[in-house]
Ligand binder design. Structure first.
Ligand SMILES: C[S@@+](CC[C@H](N)C(=O)[O-])C[C@H]1O[C@@H](n2cnc3c(N)ncnc32)[C@H](O)[C@@H]1O
Length: 246
């Protein structure tokens, strides 16, 4: 399935969950606080801006934000919150599209670099981020740490969440580093709703190499937006890369 088919009008209309999930204050608050800090008074570019989950509150905190986004329906949702003068969006692929200007911060959150399904596209995306940076500017990536230790021998998949009304299952191919996340939502009846999204997982060290190819240097890496230390048990990371100032 192509990304444009996944992020269609139905997905876009269901995306926002104000106050809960990825829109909960305890998730968004620390994300936006840290991005304000990292923007360091300059403008920001969000790759795959979506419906503006992060971009809109960041703008409200006084950071000028521009977006790049592939899906028109996701941008349509964003436009119900903010107009194009306040938050311009370039419709296109984050691996290749160009937004006007240079930015002190480019960010790509919520695992979305993994929506590019080949290493070549992911490398191109990191290079594209670097091209948009001012000297000394930062590129921030929020990404999960592949949990291959939990993949039993001979089993193609793992359940990452099981709770009343929801089961999340990943089916993985360690050869291509591709996986398909299956999100099953159900009530008391027989019917379940399934949302599937394909990804290519990236090792933290592989991401560092992609950044190096783009001329970026790792500045910091933490387990979350609050600055928690990254350990062998961490399931996610927030990595900050910097374009040398010189
Ligand atoms: C999980 S959502 C994240 C949206 C937003 N960044 C957030 O944190 O809520 C993934 C978004 O990536 C967009 N996307 C997927 N592939 C893309 C690509 N190659 N270029 C630009 N946007 C892309 C989708 O259309 C969707 O809006």
């Amino acid at each position: 399935m192509r990304q444009e088919e996944i992020w269609d009008a139905v997905a876009a209309q269901r995306y926002d969950t104000p106050g809960t999930g990825m829109f909960a204050e305890e998730v968004l608050g620390p994300t936006v606080d840290r991005l304000v800090e990292l923007a360091d008074g300059g403008p920001a570019l969000e790759l795959a801006v979506g419906t503006g989950r992060v971009a809109v509150p960041l703008l409200q905190r006084g950071v000028p934000v521009t977006g790049i986004e592939l899906s028109q329906p996701m941008v349509d949702q964003l436009r119900t919150k903010v107009d194009a003068d306040a938050l311009p969006v370039v419709l296109g692929d984050m691996a290749t599209a160009t937004a006007p200007g240079r930015f002190s911060l480019v960010y790509l959150v919520f695992n979305t670099i993994s929506n590019l399904l080949t290493q070549a596209e992911q490398v191109a995306c990191v290079r594209n981020a670097a091209r948009h940076l001012l000297p000394g500017g930062r590129f921030v990536v929020e990404l999960w740490v592949p949990q291959l230790r939990v993949l039993p021998p001979g089993q193609p998949g793992t359940v990452f969440t099981a709770e009343p009304g929801y089961i999340g299952l990943d089916l993985l191919d360690p050869v291509t580093q591709r996986l398909v996340s299956h999100h099953f939502r159900f009530g008391r009846g027989r019917e379940a709703e399934l949302f599937r999204s394909p990804h290519r997982y990236i090792w933290p060290a592989e991401l560092d190499l992609m950044a190096q190819l783009a001329g970026l240097e790792l500045e910091s890496r933490h387990a979350d937006w609050r600055g928690t230390e990254l350990t062998a048990e961490s399931t996610s990371h927030v990595s900050v890369y910097r374009l040398p100032a010189g």
